[in-house]
Design a protein around this ligand. Structure first.
Ligand code: PBG
Length: 331
């Protein structure tokens, strides 16, 4: 029988024989320089544990320094802060988000006062502050784009004023990147970076996050489908990316991560922009739940997941398991 392929002269298994040769030819690597740690910040006296995210806690302004020192010691490059707001401070327009000394702004100042070695990324969205849990102002039964942007720009400026290095709009309003860029520049914050949640999908994997924030209860039947992207779409992610780049985004992000690796790949391949991926709460919960039941090896599947993000083209990864990953990497 004629030999049709290069086998047996080419044997792909040859390089896989030894750990050293596998290492030498590894195409992608994960390092602590790839990690961003998302942190929940709450008021004193609120519930600390998050039932659907074992191992993740809400920090108060008092306990936040411990977390930041841990992150700095492990070499984690940035934290992403998410405030959990007392329901008494919520309103239908989310105006607490614009208040210069709100919980998030105080948290930013605390992180900055502890270390200049760690970047501070802040969420620009109204859902922590609205009593209906949507990412914007509701007019005529839907989140109103331009009215929401107006408030978001004020949130971003307040965050920059408090010392945020990177503001990260996660709301998916059209035109918010440009509006935020102009507002920041106008207020003297030309150096503040914008990380755009460019391709953010309407996903069931945000469930545990909404529990952590206490923002899930009132979303209604439509959920966030009128502003977050449909899971079926890939071309649209490129249009979102292009729009945000043209409006001045410094970094693009894809969210969730694992179910959208193709989107990470596409955005990176098309735009060659710094591209981040968010390993979201539900992805973390899945891994933890299976591991806690003894069904999966946590370390192994976690590291494999992280490497898959790098292989898809992500430059950095937001993950609740950042400390765990950093510890594994230092072994
Ligand atoms: C909302 C926001 C969400 C997440 C980050 N910012 C949830 C949502 O859109 O409802 C989700 C993060 C996660 O699930 O880990 N602005």
């Amino acid at each position: 029988m004629p030999i049709t392929g290069p086998y047996p002269t080419t044997r792909l298994r040859r390089l896989r024989q030894h750990e050293w040769s596998r290492d030498l030819v590894a195409e992608h690597r994960l390092s602590v320089n790839d990690l961003v740690w998302p942190l929940f910040i709450c008021e004193e006296g609120m519930v600390i544990e998050i039932a659907s995210m074992p191992g993740v806690v809400r920090y108060t302004l008092k306990t936040l320094p411990v977390a930041i020192k841990q992150a700095v010691d492990l070499g984690i490059r940035a934290v992403a802060l998410f405030p959990v707001i007392d329901s008494k401070l919520k309103c239908d327009r989310g105006l607490e988000g614009t208040r210069p000394n709100n919980l998030l702004c105080q948290a930013i100042q605390i992180v900055k006062s502890i270390s200049s070695d760690i970047g501070v990324i802040t969420d620009v969205a109204l859902d922590p502050y609205t009593n209906h849990g949507h990412d914007g102002v509701i007019l005529e039964g839907d989140v109103a784009n331009d009215e929401t942007i107006e408030i978001l720009t004020q949130c971003a400026v307040a965050q920059a004023q408090a010392g945020a290095d990177v503001v990260a709009p996660s709301d998916m309003m059209d035109g918010r990147i440009g509006a935020i860029r102009y507002a920041l520049d106008d207020a003297g914050f030309q150096k503040t970076m914008i990380l755009s949640y460019a391709a953010k999908y309407a996903s069931g994997f945000y469930g545990p996050f909404r529990e952590a924030l206490g923002s899930a209860s009132q979303l209604g039947k439509k959920g966030k489908h009128t502003y977050q992207m449909h899971s079926a779409n890939r071309n649209e992610a490129l249009r979102e990316g292009l729009q945000d780049i043209e409006e001045g985004a410094d970094i693009l992000m894809v969210k969730p991560g694992l179910p959208y690796l193709d989107i990470v790949y596409e955005l990176k391949a098309h735009f060659h922009m710094p591209t981040f991926v968010y390993h979201v709460s539900g992805e973390y919960a899945m891994l933890r739940a299976a591991a806690d039941n003894g069904w999966l090896d946590y370390e192994r599947t976690l590291m494999e997941t992280m490497l898959s993000f790098k292989r898809a083209g992500a430059d950095a990864i937001l993950t609740y398991a950042a400390c765990h990953v950093a510890e594994q990497l230092s072994k």
